[in-house]
Design a protein around this ligand. Structure first.
Ligand SMILES: *[C@@H]1O[C@H](CO)[C@@H](O)[C@H](O)[C@H]1NC(C)=O
Length: 358
């Protein structure tokens, strides 16, 4: 975008970003062409065109009830798409060094099983949806919800001061309605899915922070307004990846008092008994190795790895190929007053390792 080409000027709008990028390029050997995946996507500023939103609702794979909700709430279609984008990027990023790299191939088969990866997919998807809905509320993209109702702050004031909070309460309520979770289900798989979906929603909630801003003559803080703000979605993704690493295997037990089927984990917690904690991701069966192509993943042949760390596990003992690549990188970056960064392009030789097929 702003580096990688010889002596490219950086637009003023992206000034800070370019500085960071050119520093990163200079210090970390980045090419400057890495996708800036975590920039917020394009937000539609105009009210959603009703015809377009109905069409978007039709195009998505939704149940009949979800389609009805989608049609009723202009802005939802866009929010759903945003949540898919968020969850996909975050999943790929968190699993970039794993044998299963969150590829789309095999995702359908994976979701039918009870692996750890299934648990992560459900949790990250529900978290992304919860996050995107709360953000859509506070940015005014959805008609039926508004700023969070922090005590002592009127909606009108919140909008006026530009401190609209992320409305997680609304988004969680809506999400439960949208996913249509039944309260008690006898089906073990349905219970596990519901549990993991809730782990995702909780992870977003745990990142909710209160932010305050002072108003008054020359920063006297005569009036202080506070509102709720979600942490960046990468933090949630990181937390869920940690939960994936610590996921516990569960089985079903019949509660002798109520006769109902419940989830039980081998670890006993003092406060929940054999039941898994509400923050733990749970799975039912051990995952395949993901080494070779299967109905769950394309395998690891051709995956790029790093010689000293990931190659041995990623290539599953098949070894790796070494190739020399020439890459360009930005160098000798200088800030020109005012306001752009100029860089030169340097060539660099780099060894690239990829997993063998056999
Ligand atoms: C995941 O691995 C597959 C198989 O090696 C590869 O084709 C694909 O591009 C990778 N996907 C991502 C997002 O890295």
């Amino acid at each position: 975008m702003c580096t990688g080409l010889p002596r490219t000027a950086c637009p003023l709008r992206l000034f800070a970003l370019c500085i960071i990028l050119s520093h990163a390029a200079a210090y970390f050997g980045l090419t400057g062409r890495e996708p800036l995946v975590f920039l917020p996507g394009p937000f539609a500023n105009e009210p959603p065109n009703s015809k377009a939103h109905l069409k978007q609702c039709e195009q998505m794979t939704l149940t009949r009830r979800q389609k009805r909700l989608c049609r009723r709430e202009p802005g939802l279609a866009e929010t759903l798409r945003e949540s898919v984008r968020l969850s996909l990027l975050e999943c790929r990023y968190q699993f970039r060094n794993e044998r299963w790299n969150c590829s789309m191939d095999g995702r359908g088969s994976l979701l039918k099983r009870g692996f750890k990866e299934t648990a992560f997919l459900l949790a990250v998807s529900s978290a992304a949806l919860s996050h995107a809905l709360a953000k859509a509320c506070s940015s005014g993209r959805m008609e039926r919800c508004t700023c969070d109702d922090s005590p002592g702050l009127q909606h009108r004031e919140a909008w006026q001061w530009g401190v609209c909070g992320d409305n997680l309460k609304y988004s969680t309520k809506f999400l439960k309605k949208f996913l249509g979770q039944k309260r008690v289900s006898k089906d073990l798989r349905a219970q596990i899915d519901a549990h993991n979906i809730n782990v995702g929603i909780r992870a977003v909630k745990s990142g909710l922070k209160t932010t305050c801003k002072c108003h008054g003559v020359s920063g006297s803080c005569a009036v202080r307004t506070c509102w709720k703000q979600l942490s960046p979605f990468q933090d949630t993704g990181h937390l869920l990846k940690y939960r994936y690493d610590m996921a516990v295997r569960v089985h079903s037990v019949t509660n002798s008092a109520t006769g109902e089927t419940e989830l039980a984990s081998p670890r006993r917690h003092s406060n929940t008994g054999p039941r898994p904690r509400p923050t733990e991701l749970v799975f039912l069966e051990e995952s395949p190795s993901f080494c070779r192509p299967s109905r769950y993943s394309p395998g690891t042949a051709g995956r790029q790895c790093s010689k000293d760390t990931s190659c041995s596990s990623l290539c599953c003992g098949r070894g790796y190929n070494t190739a020399l690549h020439l890459t360009t990188l930005s160098c000798h970056c200088q800030v020109r007053w005012c306001c752009h960064v100029e860089c030169q392009t340097c060539l660099r030789e780099e060894e690239v390792y990829t997993c063998k097929k056999h």
